[in-house]
Design a protein around this ligand. Structure first.
Ligand code: 13P
Length: 272
């Protein structure tokens, strides 16, 4: 089944597909194994830095291999900010791309997103666009939540009409990373935009309360991105392993891998 069909079905059934980021093989294997054992589709994401570390072609080849074996796993380029990088991901076999023009001015964002959509759709690849800006960093940030600026519904409608994106990331109140307070989801805004055609994407899935996530899914969120919580689980596992006298990477990384697997399972059971 194609990623588009999974998204359509998720929206109809009021479920959401998790996007989990990775930059190492053990993280990718952990996400795959959670998805296979629960029989729930997943999107795996690489930011540009994550893709550079792992290798774009390597990521696409491995995910393609898992797909051939029957796994419901799909690869997204997360926060691609220039057209050349996004085109490269499409050419090596990513299943979808997120073109993030949120730091550009509105007209330039429309113009470049439109170019990405035209290139991607010729190859059957889905495009996530972004209007407004979701602030923050995918890390444990020991400071106050950054402000999330609202975006006008008319701008969202205009962006969708002019770009024909398949998915759209909007500032729903969550932020990238974990801060000293949990973010507050803007449910009224979510309700107001829930009728637009593209699938709605919640970035900054880490640190959002489970009940808020469930409510957001009921109101139309169809894809949720999670990175920081997995990074923390991986890091905690490694810290624990490094206390031993082990040298073999397969022993040192075992705990990281099982930590990530458990965290992804927990998320999948909330999203699906
Ligand atoms: P978190 O790091 O807050 O989970 O956000 C991840 C994300 O939105 C990736 O696009």
């Amino acid at each position: 089944m194609s990623l588009k069909r999974h998204l359509q079905k998720a929206r109809k059934d009021k479920k959401a597909i998790g996007q989990f980021n990775f930059s190492t093989l053990d993280q990718l294997q952990a996400i795959l194994s959670s998805s296979v054992s629960l029989n729930i589709p997943v999107i795996v994401g690489t930011s540009v830095k994550e893709a550079t570390f792992f290798g774009m072609a390597e990521a696409a080849t491995l995910v393609g291999y898992y797909q051939k074996k029957g796994a419901k796993i799909y690869l997204n380029l997360d926060h691609g900010r220039d057209i050349e990088t996004v085109k490269k991901a499409i050419d090596v076999g990513y299943n979808m791309v997120h073109f993030d023009g949120s730091k550009m001015d509105f007209e330039a964002n429309i113009k470049d997103t439109k170019r990405v959509v035209s290139y991607a759709h010729k190859k059957g690849i889905l495009v996530e666009g972004e209007v407004g800006y979701v602030p923050g960093q995918s890390a444990m940030n020991k400071c106050d939540l950054p402000d999330v600026d609202v975006v006008a519904i008319e701008d969202v409608v205009c962006f969708v009409k002019n770009t024909n994106v398949d998915l759209i990331a909007l500032p729903f109140g969550s932020v990238h990373g974990i801060y000293s307070q949990a973010p507050k989801i803007k449910f009224k805004f979510l309700k107001d935009v829930s009728r637009i055609k593209p699938f709605l994407v919640l970035h900054g899935g880490s640190g959002v309360k489970d009940d808020d996530i469930k409510k957001a899914i009921k109101l139309g969120i169809t894809k949720i991105n999670v990175n920081t919580e997995l990074r923390m689980a991986w890091r905690d596992g490694l810290k624990q392993s490094l206390k031993s006298s082990e040298y073999a990477p397969y022993s040192l990384l075992n705990k990281s891998r099982s930590n990530v697997e458990s965290r992804v399972k927990e998320k999948l059971l909330i999203f699906w």
